[in-house]
Ligand binder design. Structure first.
Ligand code: NAP
Ligand code: HSE
Length: 425
């Protein structure tokens, strides 16, 4: 039986669940042959009430007390954010301590530097919980799927936005009420704009892209859109057309290289992703040998995330070699979003008068975009306006962007309310 002493950086939503699972044990020691002990825990505010009872001697307001503490074997970083997490993880790794982290932001932005420090010092840096909450996706890619050439990853990978979209779609719930519920349930980031504006999903797809395709993408070079423009009408219209709306993050091998993208998408109602609801996540991975795989589970929340964090801690304690590691495959170059091809859903508020459709169709036709269907939805007779919903055949993103700017300049188009890409299956 080995005893491993844990130093926690952060005792918030996830840190409290990790501390509680260590204290309660629930047979983990017997199953794993490793006894976990909490040695030190850093927080910002020592007087704050916490979801776990910790003796005051364990707590410190100085995180360096954790990373440079000789009693600590493994540092578990659950603070979030780029700084001071980057500096603290670097200090821990440099002194030979293994680090387990759930912090996708620091890993997406500075993962290369951190992994280089780990390689230099011989310490392990592993971070299963940073992507997909409780779903063991990083280990699956870096170990179980190692014999495969990964072709594509497509995922619902942010629990907060999936929870919000699910409730907007099912109950027509108001965006702000639902976000408050997601925060209360412990799904949202400390600053929830990271969720709703798509940054969290972007960090996660950057980590997956690095692991599966060897490509380290600068996070500001990845196409990102949040869910802010989606409203109840889009769900209604999408459903009439046979789709629902999900925030999709994708990393796909294309002829031009690796295309990374995060944006709301229309997803056909009859594919597995369409029924992934609430804070659940789903990652669809396609390998050349295994074909498509779908991994689904709790993508956010204290206990599922603690499951992934403690799995990493036990792996490090038992072997100091398992877990996600830096990819050594030849990196694919990054492909630009303007080369993406897909069908599009366009929602316009347009003047309800003769000739409008012809003008809109001409702009699309001139940009080499073929229309699949046009439906006139809600009509506001007083204002003399109507919602036009256009579905296109597959078109080039660059052409669609050009058409969008020309549509916006038409007098008969009052507002181009939404442009949503359609996932193909
Ligand atoms: P959280 O509730 O905001 O907790 C952050 C903790 O870190 C708090 O205990 C805070 O102290 C402490 N902290 C922050 N800055 C500090 C500093 N400079 N010095 C000392 N302590 C500091 O966040 P969380 O939801 O647990 O998330 C933690 C990490 O896990 C983030 O990287 C997040 O992205 C990731 N993650 C979260 C989930 C989830 O479902 N929530 C799932 C997967 C991954 P105080 O308590 O005193 O403020
Ligand atoms: N805020 C994140 C989410 C937590 O909603 O998915 C899990 O990484």
């Amino acid at each position: 039986m080995r005893t491993v002493k844990i130093g926690l950086l952060g005792v918030g939503v996830v840190g409290s669940a990790v501390a509680k699972a260590i204290i309660d044990d629930r047979g983990t020691t017997e199953r794993s042959g490793v006894k976990l002990e909490l040695a030190r825990a850093a927080v910002r505010d020592l007087s704050k009430q916490r979801a776990v009872d910790l003796s005051p001697e364990l707590l410190t307001a100085d995180p360096h007390d954790v990373v440079s503490n000789p009693d600590v074997d493994v540092v578990v970083e659950l603070m979030g954010g780029e700084n001071p997490a980057f500096e603290l993880i670097t200090a821990a790794l440099s002194s030979g301590k293994h680090v387990v982290s759930a912090n996708k932001e620091v890993l997406a932005k500075r993962g290369d530097e951190l992994l280089a420090t780990a390689t230099q010092s011989g310490a392990q840096l592993i971070y299963e919980a940073s992507v997909g909450g409780g779903i063991p996706i990083l280990n699956t890619i870096s170990n179980e799927l190692l014999a495969n050439r990964i072709e594509s990853i497509r995922a619902i990978i942010n629990g907060t936005t999936n929870y919000i979209l699910t409730r907007m779609s099912g109950e027509g719930a108001a965006y702000s009420d639902v976000l408050a519920d997601a925060q209360r349930l412990g799904y949202a980031e400390a600053d929830p704009t990271a969720d709703v504006d798509g940054f969290d999903a972007l960090y996660k797809i950057a980590i997956l892209g690095q692991l599966a395709f060897g490509t380290s993408a600068p996070v500001d070079g990845i196409h990102r859109e949040g869910i802010g423009r989606i409203d109840a009408r889009d769900f209604r219209y999408a459903e009439e057309l046979g789709f629902t709306i999900k925030l999709i993050a994708a990393a796909q091998r294309t002829e031009a290289g690796l295309l990374l993208r995060v944006h709301p998408s229309l997803v056909p109602l009859d594919v597995p992703m369409a029924s992934v609801n609430g804070a659940l996540n789903m990652v669809e991975v396609e390998g050349d040998l295994v074909g498509p795989l779908w991994l689904q589970g709790a993508g956010a929340g204290p206990e599922p995330t603690a499951s992934a964090v403690l799995g990493d801690v036990l792996n490090v304690a038992r072997t100091a070699s398992n877990g996600a590691s830096q990819s050594s495959i030849d990196p694919l170059p990054l492909a630009p979003m303007v080369g993406h091809h897909c069908q599009y859903y366009l929602r316009l508020t347009a003047a309800d008068q003769p000739g409008v459709l012809a003008q809109v169709a001409t702009v699309l036709g001139d940009a080499d975009i073929s229309i699949r269907s046009v439906i006139q939805m809600d009509t506001d007779e007083t204002a003399g306006q109507a919602d036009l919903v256009i579905m296109t055949h597959s078109a080039l993103e660059a052409n669609m962007q050009e058409a969008v700017s020309r549509l916006r300049s038409l007098d008969v188009v009052v507002e181009l309310d939404n442009l949503i890409r359609v996932e193909s299956y």
